[in-house]
Design a protein around this ligand. Structure first.
Ligand code: NAD
Length: 375
């Protein structure tokens, strides 16, 4: 089989879906891997490194992808690129097929087997393939560093000849994968860290990282281990308790999300107005609208002396490790169908009884009921 990787084209995207390490493993399995020159450059992977790993380097995206049986990407290729792929080719990446009608149509028109990795079920078996988790870890880490950079304060407590500096108080909103990494990172920088979430099990997770759980009296565990949206009453209660608390917080890192919905609005304009000047909010949820009412996605703004930053595609800022993890996740996922035997025979071996494949592929396949009643 032939696997193709082109340079990412989304603006600001520095990551790459294949690293020399994962390339080598696919080549060892008998696959032919074609990589566009420069595809790994922004993540510090050189063309030479890919060549050493057995890839064939080509000059343009079209040559890299045209004959590929399997295309690997981080963000979705343009619909024009998709239309140029071989009919029936498999496509693996963060494809967001419903976010763009032309993209969805191109996937259907070329009969592509699209595997949007954001659809992967988050089961134990899928953990090694879970790009949402690996990328959220980088995002949570970087968000704290951005906050530390913007803050006009030290994070740690310092005892100096010029007096004692009290540690910054850092609040992490949402304690999923990104939030827990943010807590760990802020803690390592010496801040006084607290966090809250609406899933009750996060209390123990926050505390195990040395953070304090901020109890806002709301519990809203939803389906599949995720949060559900809050009712109006729950939201009002959360906000009442939070507004008072924020008057003494120096830094907020927002990470709260509910799958398939815009980010919950948690920090209101009135709460920001009540915060001390010199405070900083970094809103990781900016991508889906922000947890703070005043967040402007992609911008850093000042509101009455409070700095509010809404960075986009933050995982891409740590492109080397983000790519290494992403590429390993992708390798683990494609290993479900790029087996040694199949790739030598020039085919992809899909087992549609495997729920990881069946539930990730888009459009959804109509699967016959397993145990239809026979009468
Ligand atoms: P996410 O990005 O969807 O949400 C981030 C966090 O925001 C979640 O913890 C959520 O509870 C929280 N949140 C939502 N609304 C909120 C509100 N109004 N106020 C405060 N917090 C709010 O979630 P995620 O980080 O991708 O994952 C969530 C959880 O899923 C993980 O912590 C974990 O328990 C589970 N998970 C399991 C696996 C696995 O077993 N393979 C893998 C990944 C995640």
């Amino acid at each position: 089989i032939t696997i193709g990787v082109a340079s990412e084209t989304a603006s600001g995207e520095r990551r790459v879906a294949l690293t020399p390490e994962t390339c080598k493993k696919l080549v060892a399995r008998g696959a032919k891997v074609r990589v566009q020159r420069g595809a790994g450059q922004q993540a510090a992977f050189t063309d030479d490194a890919y060549a050493d790993a057995g890839a064939e380097l080509v000059d343009d995206a079209d040559t890299a992808l045209r004959d590929a049986d399997l295309v690997l990407c981080v963000q979705p290729p343009s619909s024009a690129t998709l239309m140029g792929l071989r009919e029936g080719a498999a496509l693996v990446g963060l494809l967001a097929p419903q976010a763009d009608a032309a993209r969805g149509e191109a996937i259907n028109a070329r009969h592509l087997l699209a595997f949007p990795l954001e659809r992967l079920p988050r089961t134990t078996r899928a953990q090694a393939m879970d790009v949402l988790s690996s990328q959220a870890g980088m995002a949570g880490y970087k968000a704290v560093l951005i906050a530390a950079q913007l803050a006009p304060r030290f994070f740690p407590m310092l005892t100096t000849a010029a007096g004692t500096i009290r540690p910054s108080k850092v609040l992490i909103v949402g304690a999923g994968v990104a939030g827990l990494q943010a807590i760990a990172t802020a803690k390592r920088l010496g801040a006084q860290v607290e966090g809250f979430d609406v899933r009750p099990e996060t209390r123990e997770q926050i505390e195990s990282l040395g953070g304090r759980f901020l109890d806002l009296g709301v519990s809203a565990a939803g389906e599949g281990g995720y949060a559900r949206a809050l009712t109006d009453e729950e939201r009002a209660e959360q906000q009442r308790r939070l507004a008072e608390h924020l008057k003494n917080v120096d830094v907020i890192v927002c990470t709260a999300a509910v799958p398939g919905r815009p980010a919950p609005k948690i920090i209101t304009a009135a709460m920001v107005a009540g915060m001390r000047p010199g405070s900083v909010i970094v809103d990781l949820a900016a991508e889906t609208g922000g947890n703070c009412e005043l967040t402007r996605p992609g911008e850093t703004v000042d509101s009455g002396g409070v700095t509010i930053s809404g960075p986009l595609n933050i995982a891409s800022m740590g492109a080397v490790h983000a790519s290494e993890m992403y590429a390993r996740n992708v390798l683990n996922f494609v290993s479900l169908f790029v087996t040694e035997e199949a790739s030598r025979e020039g085919r992809l071996a899909f087992d549609w009884d495997d729920e990881l494949l069946a539930r990730t592929v888009w459009p959804e396949r109509v699967v016959a009921p397993v145990a239809a009643a026979t009468t």
